[in-house]
Design a protein around this ligand. Structure first.
Ligand code: NAD
Ligand code: UDX
Length: 463
């Protein structure tokens, strides 16, 4: 089968950037990214590419270069499916909020909808690629739906999980550590693997394109995220001990990271990891293990989440305790709301949980984040359903300017590691704050000695 047209279902943080890079590197292919969310498609098509719905360094330039040439964003889902030879499924797979597996299992309703739609529309053979992160053996369910509800055409299902991290998506896509493609071991399966390999080979060295069976590929994605998150929870699990003993977690991380068997990455102690992936994927892994009766395996991985929840909780508790056991009516200023720097994504951001705890203590939370607005902050808090929207709105306010956000504050909490935070005129911030002026650096990005010299009472993580 000659590949000329690709369709990607889901124009989100993965579908958008991934297809933009494929379009840039494969000018001979036409790529249509479809989504049910009209507002999102409209934003992708905004004349000014700075208004696309996802902020990622370098993304707007790639979209400007390819959009309207060989990259299209549309809500005409069926047409795009019908015309394409390869269909990527890149829809969201959140944690279930109802029924069996509630709070743990992956909700596959969007995946099933995609499969049914592909089956209904496809009039010739298609390669269907799982780009979303899925529980191991999901391809079996997709195959069953396609084969039982389709028009008698042949489907090959590949697993091609995405390893990009937000904030560095474009560079991760351009220079991936590896591309993983899982497929059937049959001749037809191998042909499909080859077709997808040929696309990536336009810019990725062939020795970085790894092929496996479908189940290994599906499980590897959950495993990679579990290992990455585990490293953060492991380092965070030592921060409290450092604070009690006089050891410094930054020094400990440096010392252990220089062991080539351990390595230096993902050892940055923090207020806790966030993002749309780690928590949901580990819970999914835990649920799968439990469903096979593997209780020790489940408990082992669940501890990564328990540690992360503890890290967030103890950060909020520390603020309250340090501020003489009460923050009622006090202004606490947050620098950062996004779950990490260089993204406008706030899903599962530690800031949401810290704000929620502090609002419970009747603090007045003021937020400055370079890429997140008041509407998003309120909807994140409302999503927790701790209190009414009105109460949230009365207790949290966002500012367009960091100095205004910090003016008159009893404490400043750094929740995201945006680079600009380290370069502020901290003396100016100090002068405008209540005294003693407290800083809680949830990312260890400020210079402790300099902050103390200005007069701040400085609390980092793990030192
Ligand atoms: P997202 O929520 O940003 O985007 C998903 C999009 O799919 C939404 O715009 C939604 O409207 C659309 N959609 C849902 N059902 C649809 C349907 N039936 N037809 C058309 N459109 C539909 O999600 P995301 O962050 O891009 O994640 C997508 C998948 O990729 C998830 O499985 C996630 O686990 C995985 N993943 C995410 C990241 C990341 O960093 N965000 C990294 C690797 C893998
Ligand atoms: C993650 C995986 O890294 C990526 O490979 C996968 O495809 C999707 O999930 P993402 O969630 O976008 O990517 O960002 P990541 O860089 O992994 O950061 C996740 C969270 O961990 C952030 O809140 C970040 O601040 C935190 N983190 C990361 C730490 O606290 N310490 C670290 O050392 C690294």
């Amino acid at each position: 089968m000659e590949i000329t047209k690709i369709c990607c279902i889901g124009a989100g943080y993965v579908g958008g950037p991934t297809m933009a890079v494929i379009a840039q590197k494969c000018p001979h292919l036409t790529i249509t990214v479809v989504d049910l969310n009209q507002e999102r498609i409209d934003a992708w098509n905004d004349e000014n590419t700075d208004n696309i719905p996802i902020f990622e360094p370098g993304l707007s330039a790639v979209v400007a270069e390819t959009r309207g040439k060989n990259l299209f964003f549309s809500n005409a889902v069926e047409k795009a499916i019908e015309e394409a030879q390869i269909i990527f499924i890149s829809v969201n797979t959140p944690t279930k909020t109802y029924g069996k597996g509630k709070g743990m299992a992956a909700d596959l309703k969007y995946i099933e909808l995609c499969a049914r739609q592909i089956a209904k529309v496809a009039k010739d053979n298609k390669i269907v690629v799982e780009k979303s992160t899925l529980p191991v053996r999901t391809a079996e369910a997709i195959k069953s739906i396609l084969d039982n509800t389709g028009n008698g055409v042949q489907f090959q299902i590949l697993s091609n999980p995405e390893f990009l991290a937000e904030g560095t998506a474009i560079s991760d896509l351009l220079h991936p550590d590896r591309i993983l493609i899982g497929g059937d071991q049959t001749a037809e399966g191998q042909k499909a693997i080859q077709a997808l390999t040929d696309i990536y080979a336009n810019w990725v060295p062939r020795d970085k394109i790894l092929t496996t069976n479908v189940w290994s590929s599906e499980l590897s994605k959950l495993t990679a995220n579990a290992f990455l998150a585990q490293r953060i929870s492991s380092i965070n699990a030592l921060t409290e001990l450092c604070e009690k003993t006089g050891a410094d977690i930054n020094e400990v991380a440096r010392a252990i990271g220089m062991d080539s068997r351990i390595g230096p990455k993902f050892l940055k102690a923090s207020v806790g990891f966030g993002g749309s992936c780690f928590k949901k994927d580990i819970l999914n892994l835990v649920y799968i293990a439990k469903s096979y009766g593997l209780n020790e395996t489940a408990a082992y991985w669940e501890q990564v989440i328990i540690m992360n929840d503890h890290q967030k909780k103890r950060f909020a508790d520390k603020i309250v305790k340090t501020l003489y056991n009460t923050v009622a009516g006090k202004k606490i200023s947050f620098l950062g709301w996004a779950f990490k720097k260089n993204t406008n994504d706030t899903r599962e951001s530690a800031a949401i949980y810290i704000a929620d705890d502090l609002i419970n203590e009747q603090a007045a939370v003021c937020v400055y984040d370079p890429k997140v607005n008041q509407k998003k902050i309120l909807s994140d808090l409302d999503y927790l359903e701790t209190r009414s929207s009105q109460e949230n709105a009365a207790n949290v306010q966002s500012f367009d300017n960091p100095f205004e956000a910090c003016q008159g504050a009893h404490a400043v909490a750094v929740l995201t590691e945006w680079e600009e935070f380290a370069h502020y005129d901290w003396k100016k911030i100090y002068d405008a704050m209540q005294k003693p002026a407290f800083v809680f650096d949830g990312r260890n990005i400020l210079n402790k000695k300099e902050m103390q010299k200005i007069g701040f009472v400085y609390h980092g993580i793990g030192s």
